[in-house]
Design a protein around this ligand. Structure first.
Ligand SMILES: [Zn+2]
Length: 367
């Protein structure tokens, strides 16, 4: 077979110059991988589709090559700096917040948030910096990772977003991942120890370590996500999302992707996922209960601390902002005033919080 070389991801067939899609039974090509050196017409591959079909035969080999080339420029080593790890004990179940990296968002990503009234939120580059968290749950015999970070990639700050946001000196990247392996090692956990990867939803900053470069990063884990997330891929994917979705296609092809649609799904004894749509249609939150103690991991239902008391703040990539608000308020109301540790994946510091209700709702650090 001809060597595949510098691979390029295209978002649609129309973008691909003088190439022809070799369609091996795939009805809808959602992600197209093309190898630039291959002359037309022997060209194109598609990986994964909403109907669960895949490129087969030579296509699969080509896809593998293309994925390897895609990942070849990406450093897989983890950086040691900025490793965050907050650990709590929930009735004998250990829950750790681990950081994979950082996202740099212009104010427009938080419709309704008056950054003018909160200038302290913005860095000198004009963006709001948030971590890309994951949660590790260690219980007898099972090690569950909730969300899989951005992966070993750095996504340059898109010029069109900088112009739209009026940023004259934007940060180099809009998102940078890669810290999770180091954070896991610091927690004494190897990728082979992970038995379950549960994805609250399939945005790029939650799926990056499933199979970076087409190789399963957690070789012994089943990967679980909401079926509707898988079945409705993004029409206008955010940067990094296509690569992450390809990792999921690899998990699917390896037979380790489990799609769920129940309102509640048990992930381990005392650990359950609960459907909480709005941010995305198949978004889930996770509860941990043991010996009378409780924790909740809210995924992206709460994206900013100020949403605790301001119902007017949403997040740009929410597929259904009204439903997201309903889901958020239901959860915040259910958790307020209770002795429940709450983990939010994008809260600066990644500390577990509680909601006090003495004089209105207030976040307090859970210890
Ligand atoms: Zn997120």
């Amino acid at each position: 077979m001809r060597a595949a070389a510098p691979a390029v991801l295209y978002r649609s067939a129309a973008q691909m110059p003088s190439m022809e899609v070799v369609n091996s039974g795939i009805s809808s090509c959602l992600w197209l991988v093309s190898t630039m050196r291959l002359p037309p017409p022997a060209v194109v591959l598609a990986a994964a589709a909403s109907d669960d079909r895949y490129v087969t035969g030579a296509g699969t080999e080509l896809a593998g090559d293309a994925l390897r080339h895609l990942s070849s420029g990406i450093p897989h080593q983890s950086r040691k700096e900025n490793l965050l790890s907050t650990v709590i004990d929930v009735g004998g179940i250990k829950v750790s917040a681990l950081n994979d990296g950082e996202v740099h968002l212009p104010p427009m990503y938080y419709p309704g948030l008056d950054f003018g009234a909160h200038p302290e939120l913005l860095q000198a580059d004009g963006t709001y910096h948030i971590p890309v968290g994951c949660f590790l749950i260690q219980t007898e015999g099972l090690t569950v990772l909730v969300d899989a970070g951005l992966g070993p990639s750095t996504i340059s700050f898109p010029g069109d977003i900088a112009s739209a946001a009026g940023l004259t000196d934007p940060p180099e990247s809009i998102a940078a991942g890669g810290l999770l392996p180091g954070a896991l090692a610091a927690a004494g956990v190897a990728p082979t120890d992970i038995t379950t990867v549960f994805l609250t939803h399939l945005h790029a900053d939650h799926i990056g370590w499933v199979a970076p470069g087409g190789v399963l990063f957690f070789p012994n884990a089943v990967v679980i996500c909401g079926a509707v997330e898988w079945q409705t891929p993004p029409i206008a994917p955010a940067p990094g999302e296509l690569e992450g979705r390809m990792g999921l296609a690899v998990a699917k092809a390896a037979g380790v992707l489990r799609l769920v649609d129940a309102a509640t799904v048990e992930l381990a004894p005392g650990v359950s996922a609960h459907h909480s749509p709005g941010h995305t249609p198949g978004h889930y939150v996770v509860s941990v209960s043991s010996n009378g103690e409780n924790a909740y991991l809210l995924g992206d239902t709460v994206h900013h601390p100020l949403q605790l008391n301001d119902k007017g703040i949403s997040f740009l990539s929410e597929t259904d902002p009204e439903r997201a608000l309903r889901a958020r308020e239901e959860l915040l109301t259910a958790l307020e005033g209770r002795n429940v540790s709450i983990g939010m994946i994008h809260f600066p510091g990644l500390d577990f919080q509680r909601i006090a209700t003495a004089n209105g709702r207030k976040w307090t650090t859970a210890r």
